[in-house]
Design a protein around this ligand. Sequence first.
Ligand code: ADP
Ligand code: MG
Length: 509
Amino acid sequence: MASSAPPQWPPEVTDEQREALTLLATTYALSHGLVYLPPTDGAQPPAPTSVIHAPLALFPSPFPRRQFELARSLQSNYNAMYARIAMAEDFLDAVMGAEVGVGRVDEFTGQLWRIWKRLRSEGITQLRHLGLFRSDYLLHKPEKGGPPQLKQVEFNTISSSFGALSQNVAQLHRHLLAKTEYYNSSPILKMENMPPNDTIAGLAEGLAAAHKAYGSPSAWILFVVQNGERNVFDQRWLEYELLEKHSIRVVRQTFEQLAVSAQVVPTSRILRLKLPGQLPRGAESVEISTVYFRAGYTPNDYPTPAHYETRYLLESTVATKCPSIQLQLAGGKKVQQVLTQSIHYQRFVEGWPSIYTESGGRVRESWMGMWGLDEKGDQGVQKARDQAQNLVLKPQREGGGNNVYKGDIPAFLDTLPREEREAWIAMELIRTPEGLGNYLVRAGGGTAGAVKTEVVSELGIFGWALFGGAYGAIQEKEVGWLLRTKGKDSNEGGIAAGFSVLDSVVLYD
Ligand code: ADP
Ligand code: MG
């Protein structure tokens, strides 16, 4: 069955109704931890005294049911595929390595890869790896017409954020519906079209599975966090869930703090944090079962060689890393591009049970065309110049604000040194459906601050995988979703970077 056209959006409401919805939305957000720390001039206070609500959409955004269900059904395949990639050392050396791969020209990739190489030369391998993943998609309008297609933007293997806040914003929209019926402004605004989203429980379950597999119930989980992080509540919700539902304690530390606190027990390579005076029962130190990185994905998190040394130290322990360096490297944009080549793709689906190979075809259909700028002499760059209006160029970075779009591409290519081409991929632009709008609400805007804008929504699907060990077995699960909505004129979509808002889906057929 072909999808019908999307409904007119946002539905019509009066100014009064919009203001009432905005008041309900912001107060619900503040009451239910859909919040950020406020911006400050300098460092965050050691103990915060105030919050602001996260940027949010007043209405859920319409999303075709079939594509939503497809995205969720693909997640198990992606979980397993990226677990396999992380274990394919020869592949990662060739693609991301600093001897023959991207790590030669991209300093950050090279730094990470060299840590991994050093560990291997010392005979240290990871017992297990944990990935908390998010696969991101946009809807693509095919040139020939027909229903919108689901196309992958990127696959995140480190610090996949907004799991907790995406659950809270889905609950917010359900609350607005329960309370006001959205003033009956649209026939699709019904509970059955607004799927539940239990991402907090799902992601915590992944962390708890790693903790359990480690086999020391009294150990703690370490969250490695950034200095000055404002999106702390998204992380705290996971911490609370781990304690309340799994009786697992969490400690938060920055790389700087870990440089002092982290110790590796010789021979056993157990990771312990020395935190005198900060632990119950007068304990001096605590064993760590699992290291969850919410930092370490950008070179800004490693301002000195000592920071990389701390990453090495953590990697060298028997604690399960989420992610290990090799799983972080597997999430590189270069890997995403190389996978589109049949020979590599085949390797990672070969021998899978039929459920994977059959739907594996659907995995491929979710990809846009991609190539490396260093391909075939000057041809990769020439093709990028010729097709610039239809392209985005991406370096090996995470976290938003690094890509080069359309009209900016030719001038950028003029200045890009030949030897740096290898660090960049070209990706065809996903042509998102037009004509959808929403009211975007930012903190400080007051009730008049619900701004009506034409928007684009990006769907993220969360999943986890625990894998490795003697048999390379993979345990994995799809655990929820996220919708981020941005103004149509913004190329980028990062919420933390201030370009977009948290949203949820209302499904239509
Ligand atoms: P990052 O790791 O910085 O998040 P992404 O690959 O997710 O990098 O790109 C950032 C944003 O750029 C996306 O959220 C999306 O809005 C936009 N974008 C990325 N790739 C495409 C594409 N092929 N077509 C259209 N928009 C894209
Ligand atoms: Mg992204």
